[in-house]
Ligand binder design. Structure first.
Ligand code: MN
Length: 131
């Protein structure tokens, strides 16, 4: 057993090349093989969002506060709010983020395949974000 005390892991601003706007990420867990679960709490200020990306084994989001937006490639922008759970299938191209006027925080959970849990793609343009 391992207990990770609250306050022992730093929150970080993730790399700007993978996000638009102000985002704060707090790691929850990065398990060692053979386990492969990774999780993080991610907070997006209004207008902030991920770049387009995929997860090799899919991803579950649990929105813990606020209201935001998600979209899969060739799909409509969908609104999400606190309490909602979103699952992206393995390889499904998507983005997630805050609403234009509302902050959003979610717990992101995903598994790594051969050490890789995300494949980053192009940024979500302002035109794409505006729908
Ligand atoms: Mn994702």
């Amino acid at each position: 057993m391992k207990i990770i005390p609250c306050g022992s892991v730093a929150s970080v601003h993730p790399p700007e090349k993978y996000f638009t706007g102000r985002v704060l990420q707090t790691p929850v867990i990065e398990t060692e093989a053979p386990a492969r679960v990774r999780a993080a709490v991610v907070s997006f200020e209004p207008g902030a969002r991920t770049a387009w990306h995929t997860h090799p084994l899919g991803q579950t989001l649990h929105v813990t506060s606020g209201a935001g937006l998600v979209q899969v490639w060739d799909g409509p922008i969908r609104e999400i709010k606190a309490g909602d759970v979103v699952f992206f299938a393995p390889g499904e191209k998507h983005w997630h983020g805050a609403g234009p006027k509302t902050a959003m925080t979610h717990l992101a959970m995903h598994e790594a395949l051969d050490g890789v849990h995300v494949e980053w793609l192009e940024k979500v343009s302002d035109e794409q974000y505006a729908g």
